[in-house]
Ligand binder design. Structure first.
Ligand code: T4K
Length: 415
């Protein structure tokens, strides 16, 4: 359901951050779930209840796995309860240990999936143009203890998959991709899902395709797939026979039913996102100091993230002050992925000098501003959000100075 269009502001002094009522009566979130056809979903739920088969490789899970594998063009798909557990299982299935190279510019789940298993995440810097791992920085971080690389396709824009694959092969380490953002995206015409030794999708509520909570491990490697299947189910290879240490990473039938229903509307979600993205670009066009994360029109993208980069030297108002302005209007823009994993616990304490090799990560984390999008947001909301941003930036020095002198401003604390 769309939000109310929101109040239009005429002058910068009318902004809610200075005391006016918020432009939106209810919050505009970055991560509102896309909801597909309710009747189809409820039909599926009835089927699940009639069959009394609620989890453990039920028919909805199997159908979802088949369809994800076909869409990603990959041999094996194993659905899991969420991408974090999916990463942990894939890391085990690939026998990673010792040190593994990861970006710090990612959701903290990527690093946690390693550290949780007593593997040391070694943070490597990103390419400032792609926001993904810089293969040269990865190469510099490799030591005799390195067993793998985990690349993250941030915003759904694929990593330098071929360079990383070449590097992994040359240095004899495994390559895993955190593809939490990248279901439905492609690199040089190849769908994400088939790269490295395995990839992991997220179908969390906030992702373009959601199954409430959920994810999938995909791979073309028969042995890896076999190990993942066992590890996802306590290590069982059959009744009474656990042949490996394992965990419970299974997806439930209800989640798979939501995933299947979301898949049926997936093209519509992507088209909606594209329209939103294009409108934001038009509305914010020409604003000094504001640039967009761009998507390659020759590739498949989901346009699920509308991310601005704020160059404070030009806007003369900081990214964090803009967040204050937006939050006061009930526009809950986010700073994904501020401040970078290396500045979050336990990594900040474990690796106090990590920032010295992460200049691009540090710079980007100060600039990113993610705007609300998805099917909960339409043209009216986007025009209002954009006009507020435009007002704040076109009057950047005044807004900033007035906020600096005001005790009532709440500094945004979240990511
Ligand atoms: N790797 C990467 C690169 C990731 O980005 C993520 C997850 C993972 C791995 C791990 O995947 P999962 O284990 O989650 O499958 C959110 C999501 O919870 C998280 O899944 C996502 N990345 C991350 C980027 O964002 P939070 O804590 O910042 O936001 P959250 O969950 O509170 O949701 C944001 C807003 O969305 C809320 O303020 C309200 C709205 N919302 C949220 C939910 C869950 C709704 O309107 N309805 C809802 O049901 O992490």
């Amino acid at each position: 359901m769309l939000q109310t269009p929101g109040q239009v502001r005429r002058q910068w002094k009318d902004l809610a951050v200075f005391g006016a009522p918020p432009a939106f009566a209810s919050p505009l979130h970055v991560g509102r779930p896309n909801i597909g056809d309710r009747a189809r979903f409820l039909d599926r739920i009835n089927g699940i209840l009639d069959r009394a088969w609620l989890t453990n490789d039920g028919p909805c899970v199997k159908e979802l796995e088949r369809r994800i594998a076909a869409l990603a063009g990959v041999k094996h798909c194993m659905a899991v309860c969420n991408a974090t557990i999916g990463l942990e299982i894939a890391i085990r299935a690939l026998d990673l240990s010792g040190e593994v190279i990861v970006p710090s510019f990612t959701f903290v789940a990527t690093a946690n999936a390693l550290h949780w298993q007593t593997i040391r995440p070694v943070f490597a810097d990103i390419d400032p143009n792609t926001h993904n791992l810089d293969p040269q920085a990865v190469e510099r971080a490799i030591t005799p203890r390195t067993t793998g690389i985990v690349g993250v396709h941030v915003w759904g824009r694929p990593c330098a998959v071929d360079a990383l694959a070449g590097l992994a092969r040359r240095r004899g380490v495994k390559l895993l991709f955190d593809a939490a953002h990248a279901f439905g995206c492609s690199s040089a015409g190849r769908m994400v899902g088939r790269f490295g030794d395995a990839e992991v999708f997220s179908f969390h509520a906030t992702k373009v395709l959601n199954s409430f909570e959920g994810g999938a491990i995909v791979t073309n490697d028969d042995e890896v797939a076999h190990r993942v299947r066992m590890m996802r189910n306590f290590g069982f290879a059959g009744y009474d026979s656990a042949v490996h240490v394992g965990v419970n990473g299974k997806m439930t039938e209800v989640c798979a039913a939501m995933g299947l229903t979301s898949l049926e509307s997936f093209d519509g979600f992507v088209a909606w996102n594209r329209t939103n993205y294009d409108l934001y670009r038009r509305e914010l066009d020409g604003l000094p100091g504001v640039s967009f994360v761009e998507y390659d029109a020759a590739e498949r993208n989901t346009y699920h993230y509308v991310v601005l980069l704020i160059d404070e030297a030009q806007t003369q108002i900081s990214r964090d002050r803009l967040i204050d302005v937006l939050h006061a209007e009930n526009i809950l823009a986010r700073r994904y992925f501020y401040p970078g994993c290396h500045r979050m616990e336990p990594y900040r304490t474990l690796f106090p000098n990590a920032a010295s090799v992460l200049p691009a990560t540090e710079r980007l984390a100060r600039q990113v501003l993610s705007l609300p999008t998805g099917t909960a947001i339409g043209g009216d909301e986007i025009r209002t959000v954009s006009s507020i941003l435009r007002l704040a930036i076109e009057n950047g020095p005044q807004v900033s100075a007035t906020l600096d002198g005001s005790a009532s401003v709440s500094v945004a604390n979240g990511a």
